[in-house]
Design a protein around this ligand. Structure first.
Ligand SMILES: *[C@@H]1O[C@H](CO)[C@@H](O)[C@H](O)[C@H]1NC(C)=O
Ligand SMILES: *[C@@H]1O[C@H](CO)[C@@H](O)[C@H](O)[C@H]1NC(C)=O
Ligand SMILES: *[C@@H]1O[C@H](CO)[C@@H](O)[C@H](O)[C@H]1NC(C)=O
Ligand SMILES: *[C@@H]1O[C@H](CO)[C@@H](O)[C@H](O)[C@H]1NC(C)=O
Ligand SMILES: *[C@@H]1O[C@H](CO)[C@@H](O)[C@H](O)[C@H]1NC(C)=O
Ligand SMILES: *[C@@H]1O[C@H](CO)[C@@H](O)[C@H](O)[C@H]1NC(C)=O
Length: 542
């Protein structure tokens, strides 16, 4: 028997090391990740990305096996070299539309039929991000799903961003804008066609995004006025964005027209008959450099194109013009407004100063509207609308100052206004509309006690429930997980650990059972949380 055993063992080991999966057009060979008991299939191309043009579905068939062992290339984006090096992607390239699958290993899958799939859409203001980025590492989340007895698989993908993903300007809107959204949609089609070959269930697909990724989900719901018959996903998780009044109007703006003209001038394409055609001939790295030199926040964003994005998305939402067969779970942090507010570096002390800022920001607002705004957010209000009272000597203000930020007497006020305007109220409008139509919508508010967080200088995010402060909570990352400063780890103490377990478990529960409240397993005890409804995740004061 002995020689036979010796012969068998290496074979078993090899099978464990190299998982395989059949797609419609060929077989991929993946890589086993023993420390997590997972299989990775990385860098799988899902579409071609001709420069400044619509994605073309991948159409190749092949015999034999193709390697999907390592991350592929990424699209041009704002990520710095340190982050890119830490992820072992193969660099930036024009052909960048590929996706990555992280699933429990075959041993765990073998007695399951098909498992639920979650597809991640990164944030980054439609100008940054890539699928393999450190801040979408699903290994712990997928591992926890297995521990909960609800195994799921995760997919991360690249979509084009910045001018290359969202070109706009007079010539670009003619059928070739919103490319990044169309890329995402093409990836979702690939998932429908192929995910069964990996053990995934095409009828239980959740799309999950943060910030721009969350907004993308709303755009997909409203694509083609909600008339599309395609069933690409059944559930959506929208974190820290949706489609609110603050994001309503993305027509061809003066900024994007000027930006486009600037790019034409800088690439000597101004005189060309076919300006897009001219830009397509410019070396991609040069084009990207020119484009980011003009890019101010939101210059190149999703644009109303009359078809994919038929009208301002808030109006589509209010008119009920969206797919009705998708349930949504949405969340925002109480302090979403900080990131906007800190851009203003608000030392303002008086209401007059605050008024002047609001007047400049909301140029077309009626006078009564601004007065109403000031009335609704009084300077001395308790919670709500502010998570904490405002005074020069409270812990909140002291903590802010420790980070180097200004903390004038109007800080909390403008932060609350901007957070509600930009991100928080969109979740509520969404929830209200879904409720009105009898559709399933879950909502949460991420809200932690600020001063129990570590405060890092130069950035208030880690101190409070600001934009992006919650990643480590949902993804279940251990504190030692190295993110190169992208997001803070969870705060110290057992309450933060409990909050992390509740959030991870609730999201796994939603992805696998369609309900965040169907929690079970070692992670969750009733005492630690409450049923999720609007603003129901309790403030964690300990
Ligand atoms: C598979 O190949 C066929 C024809 O070769 C093509 O039409 C189809 O788009 C391909 N599908 C994928 C997912 O590559
Ligand atoms: C695949 O797409 C390319 C264009 O990207 C086209 O030239 C080719 O004919 C297509 N092949 C098949 C089999 O459809
Ligand atoms: C990084 O990727 C390359 C292939 O692109 C591979 O050869 C190498 O082993 C990878 N390194 C790590 C640490 O995974
Ligand atoms: C997540 O990070 C851990 C630790 O760096 C690493 O071992 C693992 O391969 C990563 N997972 C994925 C899917 O990249
Ligand atoms: C946009 O540009 C047009 C003409 O170029 C100008 O009339 C208009 O005032 C501008 N709008 C804004 C909001 O700057
Ligand atoms: C166009 O580009 C040239 C340099 O290539 C520069 O001198 C000029 O100011 C630019 N014009 C505009 C309107 O940006």
């Amino acid at each position: 028997m002995r020689p036979l055993l010796l012969f068998l063992l290496p074979l078993l080991a090899a099978a464990q090391r190299a998982p395989r999966a059949k797609t419609v057009n060929g077989t991929y060979i993946g890589r086993h990740l023993p420390e997590f008991g997972q299989d990775l299939f990385l860098g799988i191309p899902y579409a071609r990305s001709p420069v400044l043009d619509n994605p073309i579905p991948w159409n190749e068939s092949w015999k034999g096996e193709r390697s999907a062992e390592y991350y592929g290339s990424i699209c041009h984006c704002g990520a710095n070299a340190e982050i890119i090096a830490a992820t072992n992607v193969t660099g930036k390239s024009a052909e960048c539309l590929n996706l990555n699958i992280i699933r429990p290993s075959e041993r765990i899958l073998k007695d399951k039929k098909k498992i639920p799939v979650v597809v991640w859409l990164y944030g980054g203001a439609f100008g940054d991000g890539f699928g393999a980025d450190l801040n979408s590492n699903y290994s712990w989340f997928v591992q926890e799903s297995v521990a909960q007895g609800r195994p799921i698989m995760a997919i991360t993908l690249n979509y084009r961003v910045g001018f290359l993903g969202f070109p706009s300007g007079n010539d670009a809107v003619a059928g070739v804008t919103n490319l990044g959204l169309k890329d995402q949609r093409q990836a979702l089609r690939w998932v429908q066609e192929n995910i069964e070959g990996f053990g995934g269930d095409p009828d239980r697909v959740t799309v999950w995004g943060q910030s721009a990724g969350a907004q993308s989900i709303a755009y997909h719901l409203m694509a083609y006025g909600g008339q599309s018959k395609e069933k690409l996903f059944q559930q959506g998780i929208m974190v820290s964005s949706s489609v609110g009044m603050g994001n309503t109007v993305r027509l061809l703006t003066n900024a994007s027209v000027e930006g486009y003209n600037h790019i034409l001038n800088a690439t000597k394409c101004s005189g060309a008959k076919d300006t897009l055609g001219c830009l397509r001939m410019v070396p991609l790295d040069d084009l990207w450099k020119v484009a980011i030199s003009v890019r101010t926040a939101a210059t190149f964003w999703p644009t109303i194109d009359g078809e994919y994005v038929p009208k301002p998305p808030t109006l589509s939402l209010l008119a009920g013009e969206f797919s009705r067969d998708v349930s949504i779970l949405a969340g925002t942090g109480s302090d979403e407004g900080f990131s906007y507010t800190n851009l203003l570096n608000p030392g303002f002390q008086t209401q007059a100063e605050l008024y002047a800022v609001l007047r400049a920001m909301f140029r077309t607002a009626r006078e009564e509207s601004l007065q109403e705004l000031l009335r609704l957010y009084p300077v001395d209000a308790p919670s709500p609308p502010y998570a904490l009272p405002m005074s020069q000597t409270d812990r909140f203000c002291i903590a802010l100052k420790e980070t180097g930020a200004n903390c004038g007497a109007q800080y909390r006020r403008i932060a609350a206004i901007l957070g509600d305007f930009g991100l928080i109220h969109g979740r509520r409008v969404f929830a209200r509309k879904f409720a009105e139509l009898g559709l399933k919508f879950y909502s949460f508010r991420f809200d932690t006690w600020p001063t129990s967080f570590p405060i890092t200088s130069g950035d208030v995010k880690p101190g409070f429930s600001g934009h992006g402060s919650d990643y480590a909570y949902w993804f279940g990352w251990p504190k030692e997980y190295e993110l190169h400063g992208k997001h803070p780890p969870i705060g110290p103490g057992i309450w933060h650990e409990a909050l992390q377990r509740v959030m991870t478990a609730a999201l796994i529960s939603y992805i696998s059972a369609g309900d965040p409240n169907a929690l079970k397993g070692r992670s969750f005890s009733k005492k630690q949380g409450s049923t999720w409804g609007v603003d129901c995740l309790q403030r964690n004061r300990h």
